[in-house]
Design a protein around this ligand. Structure first.
Ligand code: SAH
Ligand code: SF4
Length: 346
């Protein structure tokens, strides 16, 4: 059964053809501006609410709900109708409330240091399933207003391209979020970056680089074999030229792998040629990757090395680590468990 967030305003109007015209505005206001569950939209009659709730049950079932950082980070594990699970993280900062959404259950890209990559791919999410994550988080954030949406949860958003773009458009047009407050993080699907550039949405784009030489990047990010650094560079240049927007590179700092002095040189050259900002993420531990993250001291040296070479670089904090909600740690226990249960008699 589809989520009600699967529907455009025109499609909702079709659903309500037998109702007075103002019902559409009430429903739309309740769903989008107020982020209410259908049952909570008290401006519409109870019988209609009941009918809509029956026809469009939520596509997300809460399996787990955990908080950390004194309640300012919260993670939910949701079960989808097909039994697969996804995760969503809400982060409250000073003056900003951000939700980090999943675009796929698992991920097929196989980045070695990422928990989602380690679990493999279970399926693409639908428009409704991604939007429901946002609306669920918006409800939980109240009375604070959700201000930012980042596609940095499970999955590679540009591999689920049509859904990602549709979600971005709806959040902008229906929810009224500024496109600048919508961030897509991609591992570097070069042709999709170029296509996204032409959508006319002034989004924020983050590219997960992690290495600026092909040999190391091939190891960390298998997709680099398909779209090596030079190809990715062309896509990034197209992004900047077409959108007039800057982009940022994400770089998970891994001890002895991509935190060397040579890595600073390579990254500085790659980033300055595109005037890109660099976001350093101290590697978060995952079960399937045994190399450690760089030491705190090395993280600072790395940032300073970049800054000395004219690169605008910042270090992202490791929020949510204690509840496995930090970058790259999203891999639902339930999925992991399901995979590891031996099939009897097989
Ligand atoms: N698939 C997209 C978006 C989801 S991953 C992408 O890869 O960009 C969100 C960010 O977390 C990416 O920058 C990713 O490289 C980073 N990440 C993955 N595993 C990590 C880990 N173990 N520690 C720190 N960051 C990690
Ligand atoms: Fe997928 Fe991103 Fe993880 Fe790579 S880092 S496996 S692209 S979720």
């Amino acid at each position: 059964m589809a989520s009600i967030y699967e529907y455009s305003k025109e499609e909702l109007a079709d659903l309500l053809v037998d109702e007075p015209r103002y019902r559409l505005d009430q429903l739309f206001q309740g769903l989008w501006a107020d982020a209410l569950a259908i049952g909570e939209i008290t401006t519409i009659p109870k019988s209609l609410r009941a009918r809509l709730t029956d026809a469009f049950p939520s596509s997300l079932e809460v399996l787990d709900d955990v908080a950390s950082d004194h309640g300012s980070t919260r993670k939910w594990v949701f079960r989808l109708e097909d039994g697969s699970t996804i995760e969503t993280v809400l982060m409250r900062y000073e003056g900003r409330v951000t939700v980090c959404v999943s675009s796929q259950a698992g991920c097929a890209m196989g980045c070695t240091f990422c928990a989602t990559g380690q679990m493999g791919f279970s399926g693409h999410l639908s428009v409704g399933q991604v939007l429901e994550q946002v609306m669920f988080a918006a409800r939980a954030a109240a009375p604070l207003r959700l201000s930012n949406v980042v596609f940095m949860g499970m999955g590679e958003p540009l591999e689920n391209y049509r859904v990602t773009v549709q979600v971005l458009r709806r959040l902008h047009e229906y929810r009224g979020l500024s496109a600048r407050h919508l961030t897509v993080s991609t591992v570097g699907v070069a042709p999709a970056i170029e296509r996204l550039a032409r959508e006319g949405l002034p989004l924020t784009l983050a590219v997960s680089l992690h290495a600026a030489n092909d040999e190391t990047r091939n190891e960390l990010v298998p997709l680099n074999r398909r779209y090596p650094l030079e190809r990715l560079h062309r896509a990034c240049a197209t992004w900047i030229e077409t959108t007039g927007r800057r982009l940022s590179f994400e770089w998970a700092l891994i001890d002895g792998v991509n935190d060397t002095d040579e890595a600073i040189e390579e990254l500085a050259e790659y980033a300055t040629s595109l005037h890109a900002h660099v976001n350093l993420i101290p590697l978060n531990p995952t079960p399937g990757y045994l190399v450690r993250g760089s030491s705190a001291a090395r993280v600072i040296e790395f940032r300073e090395g970049l800054q000395r070479r004219g690169v605008n670089a910042t270090v992202r904090n490791t929020r949510g680590r204690s509840i496995a909600a930090a970058c790259g740690q999203l891999a639902s226990v339930t999925n992991a468990r399901r995979r590891s249960i031996p099939v009897r008699g097989a």
